[in-house]
Design a protein around this ligand. Structure first.
Ligand code: ZN
Length: 193
């Protein structure tokens, strides 16, 4: 089932998430729905708060870019990836700048500085413990999605100057005037009255 995606300004995007305690049919259905939603929106990552859920998990699918990444010398694990209760155990002191976008902030792409490599511990779909060391593009996506679980958006890292340039666009989103070629949940429908 394709789930509507919450847009910048929706309080769901600013919540902190709750660790997953046990497996359930509901959990497995949510994971399937999130992968389907991400793919149908041509996204490469989707975190639970983006579909209005408070579970501490996200999904990633770099398959559409696999060839491109390989050409750049980056090897990626089998896709899609499911990360439940992820924790960043280590982040490099070296940082790099890369352009980011977000399904919850349509049509905005900005350069963001983040650690170059990270090591994460997480549970996979079977709730088995896993660890991953990532660099390059995968490290970038992991950090972006992990931030969503703490209510952090990539626009939070922008300079006051860049934020000012985006002010009108972001305000329009907050007011429910966002448009995308995938289903969005309008703020008005979901915000508490
Ligand atoms: Zn995002």
């Amino acid at each position: 089932m394709i789930l509507p995606i919450r847009v910048f300004g929706d309080p769901a995007l600013r919540q902190t998430t709750e660790p997953v305690e046990h497996d359930s049919d509901e959990l497995q259905a949510l994971l399937d729905d999130m992968i389907e939603t991400m793919r149908s929106a041509n996204g490469i990552g989707l975190a639970a708060p983006q579909v209005g859920r408070s579970e501490r998990l996200f999904v990633i699918d770099l398959a559409p870019m696999a060839a491109e990444l390989e050409e750049e010398g980056e090897t990626i694990p089998p896709q899609p990836m499911i990360l439940i209760n992820p924790e960043i155990e280590h982040a490099s002191r070296d940082t790099c700048r890369m352009e980011e976008g977000c399904l919850s902030i349509p049509d905005v792409r900005e350069m963001v500085q983040r650690p170059e490599t990270v090591r994460l511990r997480y549970l996979d779909r079977d709730l088995e413990e896993q660890q991953i060391e990532a660099e390059g593009f995968l490290a970038r996506v992991l950090q972006h999605e992990h931030d969503h679980l703490d209510g952090v958006l990539f626009t939070d890292y922008l300079s006051a100057f860049r934020k000012r340039l985006l002010r009108r666009q972001l305000r329009a989103m907050k007011e429910g005037n966002a448009e995308a070629d995938y289903p969005l949940a309008s703020d008005a429908e979901h915000a508490p009255a």
